[in-house]
Design a protein around this ligand. Structure first.
Ligand code: MRU
Length: 321
């Protein structure tokens, strides 16, 4: 994402991996639409885009309360969106752009720190399962769960990644595969339903996923299908890690039951690339996220350290596998 002084230029993630199309957004409403329609997606990236949306609102003399409201209404689950907008509320209009840039800069620093902490949990030769896209595209750069994979690879660990396709929007197949390929990290993509038999076959050593919102007790909302992986990992006694910056923590919610789960349109399921697959008017339930209970998470990795149950974020625990 690039602020060019007048406009926010945004790589349209819907067009990847086949085309690199840059959108030029001039109003907070356009940024809100880009978040809602998932041209930009991934919890930290959504927060950063919203911050630049407010910078656009200031720059073009929009009603700031209305801009804040329209951005807040764009997507409900990733708390980073609300965290970024709340942070801007304490800043005078003249400081909003600087603050947006600081949010972006700090996110990159947090991701690199997550990568450092997390890579210590990755054994040499590890075969790692991940879901959705948690990489540079979903953040200011480097990534969270994918940032750990990236750091482990940079550190010379011979890792092999299995990337879940991530139905129905296929962030894993389209975006994670795109990033892993670019980085030269050995990987393969699988349909989500392959994970169980791979674990049973002993082909997965650890699972690492991102998060969109983590409640005070460690319950973590992430892309739909993450909970399923955590249950499988528990059954097969495989470590299951969540990686996220502290901007994804929501200490106001005691448990994950209170996390709002976005429900997306039926066509995400009933159509593929605009081609109708299901019978007309098939009833659909299409939640974008699920919540993994903290008890199923081996550790949560943030920029400040590695946390284990009972989660008291702020008091890090020495990394160990
Ligand atoms: O619906 P999306 O693609 O925005 O969902 C993204 C995820 O669930 C990611 O795993 C999460 O935001 C972490 S991104 C670093």
């Amino acid at each position: 994402m690039v602020w060019d002084g007048e406009l926010l230029r945004l790589l349209d993630q819907r067009e990847l991996p086949h085309r690199e199309v840059w959108l030029e957004l001039g109003t907070s409403g356009e940024v809100a639409a880009a978040i809602r329609d998932m041209a930009v997606r991934g919890a930290p990236a959504i927060g950063i885009a919203a911050a630049y949306g407010m910078a656009l609102a200031v720059h073009h003399g929009e009603d700031l309360a209305a801009a804040d409201a329209v951005l807040r209404a764009s997507r409900p689950t990733a708390v980073n969106l609300f965290w970024a907008l709340d942070r801007l509320k304490s800043v005078p209009p003249g400081g909003v752009l600087d603050e947006a840039e600081a949010i972006e800069r700090e996110d990159l620093e947090m991701n690199r720190a997550i990568g450092r902490h997390g890579a210590e949990l990755v054994p040499h030769g590890a075969r790692i399962l991940t879901i959705c896209n948690t990489g540079a595209l979903a953040t200011a750069g480097h990534g969270t769960a994918l940032g750990i994979i990236r750091t482990a690879h940079e550190n010379g660990k011979e890792i092999f990644v299995t990337s879940c396709e991530t139905r129905p929007r296929q962030q894993g197949l389209r975006l994670t595969a795109y990033e892993l390929k670019k980085e030269g990290i050995p990987f393969r993509s699988i349909a989500d339903s392959v994970a169980a038999s791979l674990m049973r076959a002993g082909e997965i050593d650890l699972v690492v996923a991102g998060a969109d919102r983590i409640a005070a007790n460690g319950d973590a909302a992430n892309k739909i299908g993450t909970y399923m992986l955590a249950v499988l990992a528990h059954h097969h006694r495989i470590p299951f890690y969540i990686a996220a910056p502290s901007s994804t923590l929501d200490p106001t919610l005691p448990t994950g039951d209170l996390i709002p789960i976005e429900e997306r349109s039926a066509t995400e399921l009933t159509e593929i690339e605009g081609v109708k697959i299901a019978p007309e008017e098939t009833p659909v339930y299409n939640p974008g996220f699920d919540v993994t209970p903290g008890q199923l998470i081996t550790a949560i990795i943030t920029e400040t350290g590695v946390y284990r149950i009972p989660y008291t974020f702020g008091e890090e625990v020495t990394p160990s596998t």
